[in-house]
Design a protein around this ligand. Structure first.
Ligand code: M6R
Length: 614
């Protein structure tokens, strides 16, 4: 949600900033801008900072930035609006009254109204409706020849969350950054330094990074950087190496990131499983959990905290943990948990599940649990993310960078992590060695089964062509396929803007069936277990009311194929593994419906990847 990039070094800053913003566009894409310090002597009336801002995508900004814009130090921002509409004036960077200080900001300044009032009394004139602009004026208010000192003084007045980068016309080559609740990463280059909210903006330039912690401030020049903490003590930086490669964030011949990420799933699931399956013991090992066998044995219940698609993965995981590992398990919406005064029971295993590892709702819920003495393990994709670093251990799902706003491959990798966790806990309880080996054999076959499910691509595209203009959809499933119905509905609404509701199919007769008509298609997920017959009865109920039915069921299920208007066969896998083969066709259905309607599948309206505000 919003992206920051900064560069200082020998090269032309504007190019690097615009390219960095392009990489960060998935974090917010309603407007963008850069501020570059001019190096050469200024002509009469020339501003010391070149500030260029545009509403719309980075392409608009790129067009507006002169190719030869001078300057080797600057900052940039791509915005997802919170305070103030989408206008050039509200886009970042924001400058102070003198035009010598520029700042970019991610997060929310909660006391901006009071600060603005105070600053206006001091003579500041505001040019935007944003909360962020107060930072520029506040830094100016304190500036006395030292940007770092001025920013630190300003921070003392800010309430809320921030990732900030600032430059001053009088301090050549210097960028100062600060973090509180909104990520910032230093990129350590050779004779140059970068600052970004996300490592994807750094990958083209360096693999050496330093993640800032909350309360830290960084001051950098091309040759060096130093970090200090909230008490102004120097921090010894820990330099990490990013393992993601640049081509992992390219489209590699696909027409969109979402399409690429959907089709990467056989490999990404394989990565999530790899090295973690122990055939000999019929068990799994997730090293990062940092729990001894004794501690694992002591777990009496599992609680998942997550949002959106990650919550859906948690719902699947909890069903598995309960039915296979026989542990009571519940997945909670992080945004709800934090504010309902939760009881943190001893011997509970809390799992914070998050692709980005930066989702504010999940992060704050995790901190709330930790504050009450609970320990929380992270299940994250982004290495070095805040949840990954602040949790008490955890697992990475290794799906690789997920750029499309709609989460696809991270979801199936999260599922893979839950299956492994279930197996390892089940083997400590009732599951026999032989059953464990069978479970593993089924899990090992999943990447190929997913590949086979993706082979339905063309058939699904044809279905999407026929159905994309319906305005309402129902997604229905039972048991472990109920969360997959929720996920199918979320995917469709988020990228195609078609209204979709996910329901447990047994629930429709308790209300939602009133929506059924020839204009409302129902997408049924038919399991291959004891719930199959019940689901078929639900299909008949819909058909009896004239509702069109798109059914996903195991290949060769002629009864379902005969009943449904559209049939999408999925590969044969054990019933508890069906989420893996049901979800890719649903992702494709949403994807093709969205394309049919001319939507931007990677950057759907109003959304941003990684929701770092509550
Ligand atoms: O990064 P996280 O997994 O914590 O994100 C949680 C949700 O914001 C995310 O899954 C969102 O629902 C996706 N856009 C769904 O495709």
């Amino acid at each position: 949600m919003c992206g920051i990039v900064g560069y200082t070094g020998p090269r032309q800053a504007s190019r690097i900033l615009v390219e960095g913003l392009k990489r960060l566009e998935y974090r917010g894409y309603d407007s963008a801008g850069i501020a570059v310090r001019r190096d050469e002597p200024l002509g009469d009336g020339e501003a010391p900072l070149s500030v260029i801002k545009r509403i719309g995508k980075i392409a608009e900004l790129r067009q507006a930035v002169p190719k030869d814009l001078p300057g080797t130090c600057g900052i940039g921002h791509t915005r997802w609006a919170t305070h103030g509409g989408v206008t050039d004036a509200n886009a970042h960077p924001h400058v102070d009254g003198s035009g010598r200080i520029a700042i970019v900001h991610n997060g929310i300044i909660e006391n901006s109204a009071a600060l603005k009032e105070m600053l206006e009394k001091e003579g500041a004139r505001f040019a935007s409706e944003t909360d962020s602009e107060v930072i520029a004026h506040l830094v100016a208010y304190y500036y006395d020849g030292d940007l770092e000192a001025a920013l630190k003084a300003a921070l003392g007045h800010l309430r809320g969350t921030y990732g900030i980068a600032a430059i001053h016309a009088d301090e050549p080559g210097r960028i100062v950054g600060a973090r509180n609740g909104s990520p910032l990463v230093v990129g350590v280059g050779d004779g140059e330094m970068l600052l970004a909210s996300d490592v994807t903006a750094l990958l083209a330039h360096t693999a050496s990074v330093v993640y800032l912690n909350d309360g830290e401030v960084v001051s950098m020049t091309p040759a060096e950087f130093r970090i200090s903490d909230g008490d102004d003590r120097a921090v010894d930086p820990k330099i990490d190496t990013i393992t993601w490669k640049l081509d992992a964030i390219e489209k590699e011949g696909f027409s969109s990131y979402m399409e690429k990420e959907i089709f990467e799933q056989p490999e990404s699931i394989d990565r999530a499983l790899s090295g973690r399956m122990n055939q000999e013991y019929g068990s799994a090992k997730l090293g990062g959990l940092n729990l001894s066998k004794k501690e694992l044995h002591a777990i009496e219940r599992v609680r998942v905290i997550a949002a959106g698609t990650s919550w859906h993965a948690g719902l699947v995981g909890c069903q598995l943990l309960e039915s296979v590992a026989r542990l009571p398990a519940q997945a909670e919406l992080a945004s709800e948990l934090r504010y309902r005064n939760p009881v943190v029971e001893p011997n509970s295993l809390y799992l914070a599940v998050s692709q980005s590892g930066e989702t504010a709702d999940t992060l704050y819920a995790m901190r709330e649990i930790q504050r009450r003495g609970g320990s929380v393990l992270g299940v994250c994709n982004v290495v070095g993310s805040t949840i990954a670093r602040e949790s008490d251990g955890g697992v990475y799902v290794h799906s690789g960078p997920e750029i499309a706003v709609a989460s696809t491959k991270a979801f199936t990798s999260q599922l893979a992590a839950f299956y492994l966790m279930t197996l390892s806990l089940a083997r400590l309880h009732d599951m026999s060695h032989h059953e464990g080996q069978r479970f593993l054999a089924e899990l090992r076959a999943i990447p190929e089964a997913v590949r086979a499910s993706l082979a339905q691509r063309d058939a699904i595209q044809a279905i999407a062509k026929r159905y994309a203009r319906y305005r309402d959809f129902l997604f229905l499933g039972r048991g472990i396929l109920y969360p997959i119905a929720l996920e199918g509905a979320l995917k469709l609404k988020e990228i195609s803007y078609i209204h979709a509701e996910g329901y447990a199919s047994g629930e429709i007769k308790h209300g939602p069936i009133a929506l059924v008509s020839p204009e409302t298609p129902s997408v049924f997920l038919v399991s291959n277990d004891h719930l199959r017959e019940k689901t078929i009865s639900n299909i008949r109920e819909i058909k009896a009311r004239g509702g069109p039915v798109i059914a996903l069921a195991q290949e060769g299920d002629d009864e379902v194929a005969g009943l449904a208007d559209e049939f999408i066969p999925v590969p044969t896998v054990g019933s508890r593994f069906q989420p893996f083969v049901m979800v890719p066709p649903l992702q494709l259905l949403s994807y093709f419906c969205a394309l049919e309607l001319g939507r931007n599948v990677d950057q759907p309206r109003n959304l941003a990847k990684s929701v770092t505000v509550e």
